[in-house]
Design a protein around this ligand. Sequence first.
Ligand code: ZN
Ligand code: ZN
Length: 445
Amino acid sequence: MLPSSGALGSPIELPPACKVGVGLGVAVAVLVSVGVGLGVAVVVLVSVEEGMGSGGSKVFVGVLLGAGVRVGTVAVTGGALSWVGLTGVTPGVDSDGVTVSAGATQAASQKTVSKSSSNVVCFEQDLFIVSSWLGKVLYIALCVAGGQSSARSFLLAASLSQIGLKEKWGGLAPTMEVEMSFPQLYVLGSGTALPSVERDNTSMVVDTPGGLWLVDCGGSAYQKLLRLGLDALQLRGVFLTHSHPDHIYGLPALLFHLKLAGWRSDGPALPIYGNVPTLAMARRVLGAYEIDRWQPPTEWHELPEIEAHGFAEDDDLAWFSTPVSHSRPTLAVKVVAKSGGHVLVYSADTGPCESLLRFAAGADTLLHECTAVEPLAGHSTPQQVGETATQARVGRLVVIHYDPAYLLSTGETLMFIRKGGFGGEVFFAEDGMILSLDARQGDQE
Ligand SMILES: [Zn+2]
Ligand SMILES: [Zn+2]
């Protein structure tokens, strides 16, 4: 049986940013059970304003679908947010960080998100990302029926196209929403060489009208593309930065998966780019599996260790590589979007180096690794990342190959990046994040 209306009927607190006033809220909820863990609730809320804005009283009516008692606070939170969306109130987070909540259990500090409350905060943000009513309802229903993992898959597939750059550590940086446009970069993995619960090894894919380009290949790239709603059979190229396992170990599986998914033996060859030792390693690993014809036809393009080397170009993008400073020969990569001219550079694994400064100079977006807490050959500390971003005068910085589970917290990392001199926007990549590459931004001197 579904819950009593107690939770949904609790006073709903609205943050000051909503400009509705705290007022006196009375919610009456009627739940009709349609199955275990699923329900329909009709909420009527009468809010009497207390001198904020026009004053007087207002009546709001909302309908909630998919709220259930089994997940308690999560479902209730979703319901409350849906209600807010229906009344047209923009969610607000004031400096003290009290977000919209129902049942008085979800007050969460946006500045000090604790482990226990972070899921709730993410859930709330996710709901706002799902802009349509149907999407909200489906998302809530999935949360109830299948838990947050299935809901997360839905969210990524159905709604992330609305988001230019998603940021989940409230208070550290803004969330930007942009029109859906091409090209876009999807972060498949954002973590260090050691995966964690939240982050797999770093890899990414650029989505263009002409197809997909994969950069590095840890984990199951095929499954990650599925989860993002991207068609892996649209892959048009793979770039490998270097031969460490966290950057290439998924390649044999990807090729195998592509064949199983229907890539024809007489279909187009998949170009794979990298420096000589990286491709040699990748081919040795691939050979060990003896999958023979159970892979797409491939073209192996060995790239020279020279700076700003243009290695591929199509109607949408132009690609360049440059050697950087790591324990194995490594290439950073640059992609230039022909529509709009956005320039994105991914540092790959590297310590501070002149070649990267030249390569990233004036880039709109720099994805930079941040693997070390103390100076470490071949990797970068947060302060060094800040110094590189500053000296290269990039528009925005996205920290990647980074994991707060093992390294400094995002707050501490940001502090050191600022100490490195970088005053621009800083984002922390996470698995599933999308970056829109459709316009130029930042300092382009
Ligand atoms: Zn790595
Ligand atoms: Zn490495």
